[in-house]
Design a protein around this ligand. Structure first.
Ligand code: DQA
Length: 153
């Protein structure tokens, strides 16, 4: 049987990880993040596809694609978390588990970051743990998918 596919989507400015405000986001690069995800997924027997975009519409299109292609979604919507009802709507339309990840602890930061539209549509949210949050999100998705499979039998 083919491994279940997990889509890992990163939003705007996350291509600049490592050099962008390292005191907030850390020194790991997007490459480091994606390598960590690939290694973790391999250990869990999951297939993975990582993508990053600075464009809101593209992120929405990729979320829509997850409907037919993916068993689970990990998304860091970055700045669009706090602004995009359209992105929230796209995530709402999914019936797969979705983990929203933020590298920084958004609740410790400016007030406008405390609210995420996407959180309304997410199964769960991880924030403040740097790139380790993506690893935890993959482990959690693996557990959820196993439980769903057991329920199906
Ligand atoms: C972020 C937090 C957002 O508030 C911010 O706009 C980002 C990154 C994080 O991963 O901590 O770009 O999503």
């Amino acid at each position: 049987m083919a491994s279940p596919l997990i889509l890992v989507l990163n939003g705007p400015n996350l291509n600049m990880l490592g050099t962008r405000e390292p005191e907030i986001y850390g020194t790991a690069t997007l490459d480091d993040l994606e390598t960590l995800c690939a290694e973790t997924a391999e250990g869990l027997g999951l297939a993975i596809e990582c993508r990053q975009t600075n464009v809101e519409g593209e992120l929405i299109t990729w979320v829509q694609e997850a409907r037919d292609r993916a068993a689970g979604l990990i998304i860091n919507p970055a700045g669009y978390s706090h602004t995009s009802i359209a992105l929230m709507d796209a995530v709402m339309a999914l019936d797969i588990p979705v983990i929203e990840v933020h590298l920084s602890n958004i609740h410790k930061r400016e007030e406008f970051r405390h609210h995420s539209y996407v959180s309304r549509a997410a199964t769960g949210v991880i924030c403040g743990l740097g790139i380790a949050g993506y690893r935890l999100a993959l482990i959690t998705l693996s557990d959820i998918l196993e439980e769903l499979e057991e329920d199906d039998q």
